[in-house]
Design a protein around this ligand. Sequence first.
Ligand SMILES: [Ca+2]
Ligand SMILES: [Ca+2]
Ligand SMILES: [Ca+2]
Ligand SMILES: [Ca+2]
Length: 389
Amino acid sequence: MRPSIRAFAVASILLAHGAAFAQTAPPAPEPAPPEPKPHWSDSIKLSGFIQAQLTAAEDSGKGVNAQGAPQNRDRFEIRRGRLKLTYSQDPAEAVLHIDALPSGFRLLDAEVSGKLKWEGDAYTKLTAGLFRIPFGFEQQESMSVHPFPERSMFISRFFPGVRDIGARVWGAAWNEALIYQLALQNGNPIGDSTFPGLDPNGFKDITARVGTKLGGFKGGVSALMGEGYIAPAEDDAETDDIDETHDHIDYDRWALGFDAVFTVDIAPLGDLMLLGELGYAQNLDRLAAANRPEVVIEDDVATDDVTDKKHLGFYAGFQQQLGELFAAGVRYDNFDPDLDTDDDTLQAVTFVAHAFPASMFRLTAAYELRFEKPEVKNNFFWLRAQAKY
Ligand SMILES: [Ca+2]
Ligand SMILES: [Ca+2]
Ligand SMILES: [Ca+2]
Ligand SMILES: [Ca+2]
């Protein structure tokens, strides 16, 4: 068949069909197949990571302490063993996140959330449960991707355990050019040295952060306002001349923070990440019970005042990607636990090198130099293997 004849033949068949169509009633449109019901397993996401490490501590000893615990700190250990279950079915979401360690299981996050969607990509997420205290950058970043093996000193001491129980509003708009978080929490984080996860005074601490993501820059300003608690005390019979009796005391604590992270591609090496954060606070050094404010004694009688302590902490660091397989970084970390006391500032410099032999793995070698007055031997070395799923 020559092309012109073939075209004619095809056209004739189509015309004939068209005529047939015109004579018969149009068939009922095929019913649309029912929307496939989402299977429950589509809504579930399991994720987590495991960090196994060999630690070498400069102050490691061979004896045992007063409680009989061995003083050797050079050991293999599981630093983090995370399993996170996220179940989402718009607009609701549930998160359960645990840390599984040889010492036992620990609940990290338990979140019940509902998401409201606004025009464009704007949303507001309302959460109740156990979640990260929304202060600063480092505290809200997963340690599976954080360049350094441990968080900086001021964050660890202001927020022991990172998380607290309460309610939170978290929203973003304009492609995250605006990010806002506001939380009301008990005020005693899960790593707190006195009443972890509880609320001895009934007052709820307020934490807020306003931040932005613009191109390679992300940063924000955070603030915290709360009230700490000192339990009532009886008179100490050993001190005849001083009356230590006092009722429970609620004291003011607060913090202000600034965080900034800048990422830029340095060809041909890859991403250079610059990060820095600063925190200024009062009565918020709460990793160790000994660092809590003390009751003021006036004329040998306990008052309901406390010795307010102001703290200043900051860090600055970078991580440079070295091709696909490697990265290296350095961080300087500084914490002054009491601005009214001289020579108590702590400093640390951390050197870190990472290898990424496969997408799931991150192998890390890190050395941390720690400086204090008077100088003590307390440097750290870590070899860490991480698998993330
Ligand atoms: Ca409280
Ligand atoms: Ca006394
Ligand atoms: Ca000081
Ligand atoms: Ca030292």
